[in-house]
Ligand binder design. Structure first.
Ligand code: FDA
Length: 307
């Protein structure tokens, strides 16, 4: 990501927060968003996971939704996740789940958000499954970390969260999570954050990203490296090779619709690969973050528009 790319990302995130752009995209952009969204319902998503599994790729299912504004919405998301966990068990697909704290009501009522997430994690524990709590923007970092620590104290250890390499604080957060045995997904970070709390230059982000990955691999903690970036993937493979770290001690994660051939290739090379599979109707924020990440993603959509 060069300076120009960083400017592109910020501009896209700003433009997509404009209500008119949102309205127009929701009205006309649904078929274009399909590239990144696996299905509009649970049944369709499970079918897509079966297809991925047949290629040796595991999945994490995300029922799209975030920033709920009413308590009953959060409750219905909780119930949808419980339904999802049961459906994974019944269909015997190789998948876990990812959810967003604000989808469970964190921004409305912290305690209630926690209760909802705990209910999902309990259900997943019953079925021997795992819940990844995605990391959202910085107003929720502390609350998300507190929640994961609390879950682990309650012996709900089948939950993990995400560390974003662009935040200055992340190295310390990653250390604290390692000390408590919390499984992490490591990412660069997808939101617009200010220079008072986050690195703005990709070189700094990559530097901290590698340090955090290395710290995890060195501490023998199962690690999920979620990136489409060849520099990161190559570096991780090489580091693991040089330090005799077996391939089953970490996994690569990528998003549905992006670099699918690379996902298959990594799986064929014997790496554990997990595809993040979003489904549902609340696709706008997720979709615009994907477009903001890379001009090529926008180009792909524009190309499809012409068809
Ligand atoms: P980035 O977009 O920085 O691109 C770097 C390079 O990678 C490119 O120059 C190109 O060489 C290559 N590349 C990237 N995309 C490509 C493509 N489509 N085709 C070919 N080459 C490509 N963020 C967050 O804040 N909270 C979260 O919980 C999560 N969760 C999450 C889960 C998973 C599974 C993934 C993959 C990502 C996230 N993220 C996230 C998003 C993450 O923070 C980050 O914004 C994106 O992954 C983009 O960064 P990358 O490292 O993937 O590549």
């Amino acid at each position: 990501m060069k300076i120009g790319t960083e400017l592109y990302r910020k501009t896209m995130l700003t433009v997509s927060s404009n209500p008119l752009v949102e309205k127009l995209t929701l009205r006309y952009g649904k078929s274009l968003a399909r590239k990144f969204i696996a299905a509009s319902d649970l049944e369709g998503a499970i079918e897509e996971v079966k297809r991925l599994n047949s290629k040796g790729i595991m999945a994490t299912l995300d029922h799209l939704g975030e920033g709920v504004t009413q308590l009953d919405q959060a409750l219905s998301y909780r119930d949808e996740y419980i339904r999802l966990i049961k459906a994974i068990a019944e269909s015997r697909v190789d998948a876990n789940v990812s959810l967003k704290p604000t989808q469970m009501g964190l921004a409305l009522d912290k305690e209630m958000g926690y209760e909802h997430i705990r209910a999902v994690v309990r259900e997943a524990k019953y079925y021997r499954n795992f819940v990844r709590i995605d990391m959202e923007d910085s107003p929720y970092t502390d609350a998300t970390l507190e929640m994961i620590w609390k879950l682990h104290k309650e012996q709900l250890t089948n939950a993990g969260t995400v560390i974003q390499a662009y935040l200055y604080r992340s190295e310390q957060d990653a250390k604290d999570c390692i000390d408590q045995g919390i499984p992490l997904r490591l990412v660069k970070g997808a939101y617009k954050e200010s220079s008072s709390i986050a690195y703005q230059n990709i070189k700094d982000v990559l530097w901290q990203y590698k340090r955090i990955i290395q710290m995890h691999l060195d501490h023998h903690v199962y690690t999920a490296i979620a990136s489409h970036d060849d520099k990161i993937i190559r570096w991780t493979k090489q580091y693991a090779l040089e330090h005799d770290i077996p391939k089953d001690r970490f996994e690569f994660q990528m998003l549905y619709g992006l670099r699918m051939q690379e996902q298959v290739k990594l799986a064929e090379e014997g790496y554990r690969v997990r595809c993040y599979v979003p489904y549902g109707t609340m696709w706008y924020p997720y979709y615009t973050r994907r477009l903001a990440e890379k001009p090529a993603n926008l180009m792909m959509v524009l190309k499809n528009m012409g068809k």
